[in-house]
Write a protein that binds this ligand. Structure first.
Ligand SMILES: Cc1cc2nc3c(=O)[nH]c(=O)nc-3n(C[C@H](O)[C@H](O)[C@H](O)COP(=O)(O)O)c2cc1C
Length: 160
């Protein structure tokens, strides 16, 4: 069975709730999911998964430093191109509209794209990935469900 890793940073719990919503949505499509706080995730282990989802709150317009450190440490997989062609996606939580949510996602996406990963965008809802303002509500959970299903579809396609 294909296996996805969800890695998130969350101080107040908003991003954690999004990560849990995504896990449920991906699993509902028959794809196995491991979920880890960024502090407990090993960037050297990423090649063992068929897909990667990263989530962070917006801190001063971009991802939180802990997530940036995680991406920086994934350099150990860069030389041999171990993540090339694997599905990737992002999600984020912000304090307000226009607070930098999209930049937060794009800052994470840059790292994933530089690894040569295949990014799942979204035609409906948040184009760069699910985005919440404050505590995730019904709209956000619906978006997570939709995005998780799309992402699981990509994972199954590329893993087969
Ligand atoms: C250090 C710090 C910087 C922040 N910077 C921003 C910001 O630039 N824009 C914004 O909209 N929210 C900002 N916030 C608010 C968080 O993004 C928001 O509360 C988010 O939901 C927190 O997610 P969490 O509950 O998963 O920790 C900031 C919060 C902190 C603690």
């Amino acid at each position: 069975m294909a296996k996805v890793l969800v890695v998130y940073f969350s101080h107040g719990g908003n991003t954690r709730k999004m990560a849990e919503g995504l896990k449920k949505a991906v699993e509902a499509q028959g794809v196995e999911v491991e979920i880890k706080k960024v502090a407990e995730a090993d960037p050297g282990s990423l090649a063992a998964y068929d897909g990667l989802l990263l989530g962070s709150p917006c801190y001063f317009g971009v991802m939180a430093a802990d997530m940036k450190r995680f991406i920086d440490e994934s350099i150990k997989l860069f030389g041999k191109g171990e993540l090339v062609g694997k599905p990737a996606g992002v999600f984020a939580s912000t304090g307000g509209i226009g607070g930098g949510g999209e930049l937060t996602m794009i800052s994470m996406l840059a790292g994933l794209m530089i690894h040569g990963m295949v990014v799942q965008g979204s035609r409906k809802g948040g184009h760069f990935g699910p985005l919440a303002i404050g505590e995730p509500d019904e709209r956000v959970f619906a978006e997570l469900e939709n995005y998780g299903a799309q992402f699981a579809g990509l994972v199954k396609k590329l893993a087969s």
